[in-house]
Design a protein around this ligand. Structure first.
Ligand SMILES: [Zn+2]
Length: 239
């Protein structure tokens, strides 16, 4: 085939692809390929190939160990293995920075389906997203962890208490600080408005990613002012 002939065949096909893209602009949140109608936010290939973890069935797993000796946690799990250059990073980036709710809702549903299969989370009755600072919330327009909670509750409608926990200190510089400074900074960052509302509850705290656990630790520390409260943790991904 000569180059010129190649172009006359490929040209219209590419043009048709662009035209279809106008009507079907949805793309896979992990690999960016166009989605077919039956796919929600991930293509079937990526959905079947997600780096899923089994931490929900593993007492003393590495996410739980982040909180040992700091705050009491009943059970903790993360759905996916986070990889900076990989698909999980792209999915979470899509949720957090482009405001694509569909991928967050899908991840939230997967988190619920996963935890429902574990005896260790069976007594949960309440769910809470790690709150954003109000100024960050105004800037971004939404809380990515709340989107996960919304998806979770489509599958498992736990009581939602998103107004009860407030973030009171901004923590943007925490990545440049040492471990102790970071802990101190986050410790001041949450305030439980009405502890009595959560008395005796088993609360699932939800965040997008857990790395050091410092943010979740601050969150859980504030929650423990509610009498008789038990806390479990689930994130979409872990490093
Ligand atoms: Zn894909």
């Amino acid at each position: 085939m000569t180059p010129s002939r190649h172009r006359t065949i490929d040209g219209p096909v590419e043009w048709l692809g662009d035209l279809v893209g106008l009507f079907l602009p949805r793309r896979c949140a992990a690999c960016d390929r166009p989605l077919i109608r039956s796919e929600t936010s991930l293509c079937l290939g990526c959905l079947n190939d997600l780096p899923r973890l089994r931490l929900h069935q593993e007492p003393g797993n590495r996410v739980e160990r982040l909180f040992w000796g700091k705050v009491p946690v009943e059970a903790a799990a993360a759905l996916l293995q986070f990889n900076r250059s990989g698909k999980v990073q792209r999915m979470l980036h899509r949720l957090k920075y482009t405001g694509d709710r569909t991928v967050g809702l899908e991840l939230g549903r997967m988190m619920a389906e996963t935890l429902q299969g574990s005896e260790r989370f069976s007594t949960l009755d309440t769910i809470l997203a790690v709150p954003l600072h109000p100024s960050r919330l105004r800037q971004r327009g939404f809380n990515q962890s709340q989107v996960l909670v919304d998806g979770f509750r489509e599958v498992w409608p736990l009581r939602s208490m998103h107004q009860s926990l407030m973030r009171v200190t901004r923590t943007t510089t925490q990545t440049h600080k040492g471990r102790w400074d970071r802990w101190t900074n986050v410790k001041e960052a949450f305030d439980l408005v009405s502890p009595e509302v959560l008395a005796g509850a088993h609360v699932l705290v939800v965040d997008d990613v857990v790395t050091t656990g410092a943010t979740l630790e601050g969150c859980i520390r504030a929650l423990t002012s509610a009498p008789g409260l038990r806390v479990s943790v689930c994130t979409a991904a872990t490093a």
